[in-house]
Write a protein that binds this ligand. Structure first.
Ligand SMILES: [Zn+2]
Length: 93
């Protein structure tokens, strides 16, 4: 076991990139429409949900869609996390 300090030096951690090399992410909003029958107010409601999208492909990256359940498949990016090679953090080989 590695007994490393919880103090992490972020200057040595890699930035998250998508497959295309993109490192810039944007927040976007999705809305669910709550029908009047299900709405507590008895009126139609729009329920906002914030998602992160890749600036390059415009889709929701895997690291976000894995954590946030219910992202529509057509919005999911095919981007995968690429860690910098010197860190050896690439999970699936
Ligand atoms: Zn992408």
């Amino acid at each position: 076991m590695n007994d490393q300090s919880l103090k992490v030096d972020l200057s040595s951690t890699p930035w998250i990139k998508c497959q295309g090399g993109n490192m810039i992410w944007e927040t976007s909003m999705l809305f669910k429409r709550l029908s009047p029958l299900m709405s507590p107010s008895g009126k139609e409601e729009l329920i906002p949900a914030e998602v992160i999208v890749c600036k390059k492909c415009g889709k929701v990256p895997k690291f976000f869609s894995d954590a946030a359940k219910g992202i529509p498949d057509e919005l999911k990016s095919t981007c995968h996390l690429l860690a910098s090679p010197d860190k050896g953090l690439i999970m699936d080989k």
